[in-house]
Design a protein. Structure first.
Length: 121
């Protein structure tokens, strides 16, 4: 069986590296981008099984990325999890309304993140 492919999007290289290590250790294939523009470029050639994205990033933030993914019929079904420092209930509710399957606050529990990823694959 092929490994599930997860696109990680965060402007903090340390977070991207830590997430990639965690996911690869748990037998997932990872793709990485540092903002929404890079992520959209990757999505033109690679179809991940799930996207984990920060919300606040330069050039294109996570909410804009989510909207672009949901607007593209080839990508719209990909589950999208936000991993964010945001904890405001209204902001989280808006992200879920736009189509995210979850919004996990940083700092995050790696076990919980892995369970959420497995649940949505």
């Amino acid at each position: 069986m092929a490994k599930a492919r997860i696109l990680l999007v965060d402007d903090d290289p340390f977070i991207v590296e830590a997430l990639a290590d965690l996911l690869q250790f748990n037998d997932y294939e990872t793709l990485t981008a540092h903002n929404g523009v890079e992520a959209l470029h990757i999505l033109t050639t690679h179809q991940p099984n799930l996207i984990v994205s920060d919300t606040r990033m330069p050039q294109m933030d996570g909410v804009e990325l989510l909207k672009a993914v949901k607007a593209d019929s080839r990508l719209a079904a990909i589950p999208f999890i936000f991993l964010s420092a945001l904890s405001e209930k209204l902001e989280i509710a808006e992200m879920l309304r736009l189509g995210a399957v979850n919004c996990i606050s940083k700092p995050y529990d790696p076990g919980y993140l892995l369970r959420e990823i497995a649940k949505h694959l």
